[in-house]
Ligand binder design. Sequence first.
Ligand SMILES: Cc1cc2nc3c(=O)[nH]c(=O)nc-3n(C[C@H](O)[C@H](O)[C@H](O)COP(=O)(O)OP(=O)(O)OC[C@H]3O[C@@H](n4cnc5c(N)ncnc54)[C@H](O)[C@@H]3O)c2cc1C
Ligand code: SF4
Ligand code: SF4
Length: 375
Amino acid sequence: MAREVLHWAHLYDEVVTTGLCTGCAGCVVACPHDVLGYDDNEGAYKPFHLEDEGGPGGCGHGDRGCTSCTRACPRFRAWEPEIDTHLFGRTRAADEVAGISKDIILARATDAKVAEMGQDGGLVSAILIWALEHGYIDAALVSYLEGDGTSWKAIPGVARTPEEVLNAAGSRYTYSANTMAYAEAVEGGAEKLALVGMSCQSSVPPVMTLRKAGKPARRFVLNIGLLCSKTFDDAIFGELLEARYGLRKQDMVKMNIKGTLQIWMRDGAYHEVPLKECHAWTREGCKMCPDFAAEHADISTGGIGAFGDWTLTIIRTDLGREIMVKMLQDGTIEGRPGDDDPGAIELLRKLSTRQRKRWPESAVPAPRLIPVAPA
Ligand SMILES: Cc1cc2nc3c(=O)[nH]c(=O)nc-3n(C[C@H](O)[C@H](O)[C@H](O)COP(=O)(O)OP(=O)(O)OC[C@H]3O[C@@H](n4cnc5c(N)ncnc54)[C@H](O)[C@@H]3O)c2cc1C
Ligand code: SF4
Ligand code: SF4
């Protein structure tokens, strides 16, 4: 029997239009014919075909045998067990709800400026600066704020220097498909890239590698994940934060989520908005996302737990461990055992369990919770 050629028509029908698509842009970056575009307008964050042939799900290159987009998609068919096996040599066990890992620790940057500018201890920025300075990477794909920052539109971009890494530090809670900065990084001469991204994006590099999705796979050498339960649609600024609370985005300087949406204003004022009220602005692409803990990153990072200025750090791969050990040894970061904050580990499991229930029954079973066999 001829092998099935899985191309854009399959991706469009099985992922883009079923609600599984996260907007990670893996397919867009991998397309060798540049016929996929990316709509990052409010309410969208989806790939689309740039040519009219055959309607939105048609692709002449796919008809002629091109399969790059399905190979690069971390929501296409059996993505989770395939990536687990590729990265860890096995699929996750029932109790590994937050994915397979080697160590869980608390870490933070020892450089006061990096720690201060980072969201939860500055670990991610410290890793990127260290990796640039030690030749692991030439550039990192990160997220900046557009223009002077007052629009709060999060946009993908490239960081090639410590200064650029720090300009991108902190968290924005709207979507930024950092993978989309790939072309700019490569045009600038970078060969070894780090990708920083939410869980959905951190499954892109390994799926590209294992399914041989072309050149980008070779260039993603370091994969830093951000724990993530959702991103908000950009409309939240006008429709909720300004309309109901009078908080104008141009007056905001920082946001965080710690059980509530925390907002710091330019005039020094501080506000909290209950997350319950924000739910209506959950971005479409997050509603079926089963991965809270960035289960396929080299190092996954989050801000849950008792210690606000330490990053909860899940070390998953040999590369992740090598980098963390070297950074601890040379004093770039400091660390303490995850056991110092058992509440954080418990919350990690609870949120990971809850998020896996989002994956729909109509799709392949793997990312859902694995039933524990009776003793
Ligand atoms: C949308 C979002 C949701 C999150 N949800 C949770 C959560 O529910 N629970 C939890 O424990 N942690 C969550 N995190 C992770 C947390 O906010 C921190 O990013 C993480 O703890 C690392 O902190 P740090 O100080 O080491 O990072 P930093 O040193 O501040 O570096 C953060 C990096 O993230 C990049 N970044 C910022 N915003 C975005 C964005 N919107 N899209 C892509 N990249 C971005 C920056 O460019 C920077 O490189 C979330 C992060 C984001 C962006
Ligand atoms: S999940 Fe990512 S790779 Fe898959 S169709 Fe959506 S944007 Fe493309
Ligand atoms: S919940 Fe987070 S990781 Fe999942 S699709 Fe949304 S942004 Fe991506």
